[in-house]
Write a protein that binds this ligand. Structure first.
Ligand code: CO
Ligand code: ZN
Length: 332
């Protein structure tokens, strides 16, 4: 399988913080519409694509939204204060560039700090290079959201980018849609909104679809950097099959099934026990009477920074595993 760098690069470049997924949704819709039987957008903005079948109703979810910074205040000199939309870390934000939907660029800087260990988001401000509040207000408004701005990069084995969380999950789902051949299952691919602020799009779309099986595709951390907390997931060691995070315990039979499929197809995999965080499966599995759900994770370093890093091989293996799972009759 060839790694489709152009598509991943496109996906991570498009603006789409939580609640503002219109542009990225358009890109994904164009990419998949010729490969599915039915495609529509629901009232909250989720993009739902169906490949019809007579078997189990399976919902595959990847979130389109990315974390962002929302403007809360503009001072007399035109400096912007902000709050977080999703998990924004003050240390990884410092000295980064941001960009608004209208293309206006800013840089994040900090008030002088005596003790950098005390740095909080409220000490940071965004400088868009204007002289006054009036000048600033011509370019940005209270409530506008900007996102990190950084260049997509690649080595032979890894990719570097902002918002691999979760555009790489969208990438895996898109590539799987294109590669799927025979499947009896009734497949719903949902590109969800507002995951980063609490799995909201997955919750409402699962209510509508009433899936019998749920599978989220998202990034997970890694335990293989210097002095990292012990965590048995590393880059380049395969796709990760989630056992648990703070939002879901993968249904044991589904987990077993996923492992079986990986083994049968010689797809390298690792088991993921994440002690924090959540994914769309956290919302899906609690729908109505409950939906057995699991997650295919892409091991990723430096999540929620401008330099997230994933292995191309792991990404390819995640696509392979998803395709093989969806082509099987899922008996659990
Ligand atoms: Co995230
Ligand atoms: Zn995510």
């Amino acid at each position: 399988m060839k790694f489709n760098s152009n598509l991943l690069k496109k996906l991570v470049t498009v603006y789409g913080p939580s609640g503002n997924e219109g542009k990225i949704r358009e890109v994904i819709e164009k990419e998949i519409k010729d490969y599915v039987d039915d495609i529509f957008v629901d009232d909250l903005g989720n993009l739902i694509a169906r490949k019809k079948g007579n078997g189990k109703r399976v919902m595959v979810a990847a979130h389109m939204d990315q974390i962002g910074l929302m403007i809360t205040h503009i001072d007399d000199k035109g400096f912007l204060r902000f709050t977080n939309v999703g998990g924004i870390n003050p240390y990884t934000s410092l000295s980064q560039q941001v960009v608004f939907e209208n293309g206006i660029i800013g840089v994040i800087s900090s008030e002088p700090m005596e003790d950098m260990a005390k740095l909080k988001l409220e000490n940071l401000f965004i400088d868009i290079g204007v002289k006054s509040k009036e000048e600033a207000e011509k370019l940005v408004n209270i409530g506008d959201i900007c996102v990190y701005r950084s260049e997509y990069g690649e080595n032979d084995n890894v990719v570097f980018s902002k918002c691999l969380d979760d555009r790489v999950g969208c990438f895996v789902a898109i590539e799987a849609i294109k590669q799927l051949k025979d499947s009896n299952n009734d497949l719903y691919f949902v590109f969800t909104v507002q995951e980063e602020v609490g799995l909201r799009g997955a919750k409402t779309s699962a209510y509508r679809i009433e899936p019998e099986i749920g599978i989220a595709i998202d990034v997970t951390g890694s335990g293989d950097t210097p002095k990292a907390k012990p965590f048995a997931v590393g880059l380049g060691k395969g796709t990760a099959i989630k056992v648990k995070d703070n939002s879901v315990l993968t249904h044991p039979k589904l987990r077993q099934f996923m492992v079986e499929v990986a083994k049968e197809n010689n797809i390298p995999y690792q088991m993921e026990v994440l002690e924090f965080g959540g994914t769309d499966s956290g919302a899906i599995h609690l729908t109505k009477e409950g939906v057995p759900s699991g997650v295919i994770s892409i091991p990723t370093r430096y999540i929620h920074s401008t330099v997230e890093m994933s292995s191309k091989e792991d990404i390819i293996n995640s696509i392979k595993l998803l395709v093989k799972i969806l082509e099987r009759d899922i008996e659990i």
